[in-house]
Write a protein that binds this ligand. Structure first.
Ligand SMILES: *Cc1c(COP(=O)(O)O)cnc(C)c1O
Length: 361
């Protein structure tokens, strides 16, 4: 059997949720969109269902997958609904929805839900992607709060640059949000922090925080922040050395021959390629662990295989275990070598069989 595999440590996932919840000090929405960032939405959500205050997903398809998996907790559609025809399903499955565009507010008003419905009304405080503009927001709030069936209204916004610790934009967005929030009824719950804001911008912690990436044990902050130390990696991607050869100096390796050995080199071939989600353009020098020792990628990553330098690892060879990212090799470190991001690497895992460990309840 092909030795490439991923293990998902659900105990680490639950641990990271507790870290996030404690930091936030209120309720924490576990964001499990995109198949829980590649970790398996149903498995991750089940591990937390008794404990999480709610789950965040990108669309109703993802929400229904969780309901089918037996998840009873609140589920928030982070982009709202894509057409008004979803509203009956939202009611039927007790989903919570974001309203982020004027047409969604109109649709909610027309739908007049029969059951109590929770809506998170999103403000565009400066990211300029989704959200009502400050000029539209208060009137939309008043219209929704006049509907008797809309019982829970949460004020939300989202940051564009919270992972840049010296950036003024986060404070600017926060001021814009606070100015609007101050005009809403006292005690209106708010939700503004994603993982980066939750860890690095304590002023953004409100009634609800919305951690995603940190639940998977990594981050993209551009400067050290003590809060990341408590996180534990959840996904571990491993394979094996399936062939070894010795090359003289001056020999090209792999497609395109772009990498040429500078000295006599022992090359290991690993069963892992870009069709598994390993970054296709990871450059020579990207770290890889072999039998727990660090070495480097050499040669171009191909679809099913990649090549590594075993020259200094005399005791490693055919059959040696290789960690591509995980417990001992942080995914964000690997990502940083190839103009990549941990978001994309985690969500990009493909073909590799996944096994889930821990948190069996
Ligand atoms: C994805 C998402 C999050 C989680 O973001 P992270 O950076 O992964 O923590 C939070 N809020 C919204 C609206 C999102 O779409």
């Amino acid at each position: 059997m092909r030795p490439a595999h991923a293990t998902i440590d659900l105990d680490a996932f639950v641990h990271n949720y507790r870290v996030a919840k404690q930091l936030g000090g209120g309720k924490a929405l576990a964001v499990v969109k995109a198949d829980a960032y590649g970790h398996g939405a149903a498995q991750c959500a089940r591990a937390l269902d008794c404990e999480a205050d709610g789950f965040g997903v990108a669309c109703i398809e993802e929400a229904l997958e969780l309901r089918e998996a037996g998840i009873r907790s609140p589920i928030v559609l982070l982009e709202g609904f894509f057409d008004a025809g979803e509203l009956p399903l939202i009611e039927q499955h007790d989903l919570w929805t974001v309203a982020a565009s004027p047409w969604q507010v109109d649709a909610l008003e027309r739908h007049r839900p029969a059951k109590p419905l929770t809506v998170w009304l999103k403000l565009d405080s400066g990211m300029h992607r989704l959200g009502l503009s400050p000029g539209e927001y208060v009137q939309a709030w008043q219209r929704l709060s006049a509907l008797p069936s809309i019982t829970g209204l949460v004020a939300m916004t989202h940051f564009s640059r919270a992972d840049e610790l010296a950036q003024p934009r986060t404070d600017e967005q926060l001021s814009t949000f606070d100015a609007i929030h101050a005009t809403l009824p006292p005690g209106t719950p708010a939700s503004i922090a994603n993982s980066a804001a939750l860890m690095a911008w304590p002023r953004t912690r409100r009634e609800w925080v919305r951690p995603g990436l940190m639940l998977y044990g990594t981050h993209m902050l551009d400067a050290p922040c003590a809060e990341t130390d408590a996180l534990r990696p959840v996904m571990h991607v491993a394979s094996k050395v399936i062939a070894v050869r010795d090359l003289a100096a001056g020999e090209p390796i792999g497609y395109g021959g772009g990498f040429v050995t500078e000295a006599p080199t022992r090359v290991g071939v690993v069963a892992m390629g870009y069709a598994d989600g390993y970054p296709q353009y990871a450059p020579a020098g990207t770290p890889v662990l072999v039998d727990g020792h660090r070495t480097r990628l050499i040669g171009r990553v191909s679809m099913d295989m990649l090549t590594i330098d075993l020259t200094d690892l005399a005791s490693s060879g055919l059959g040696s275990g290789v960690e591509l990212w995980g417990r001992h090799l942080p995914v964000n470190e690997v990502a940083s070598h190839g103009h990549n991001s941990p978001y994309r690497m985690l969500t990009g895992l493909k073909r590799v069989p996944r096994q889930w460990h821990g948190a069996s309840r």
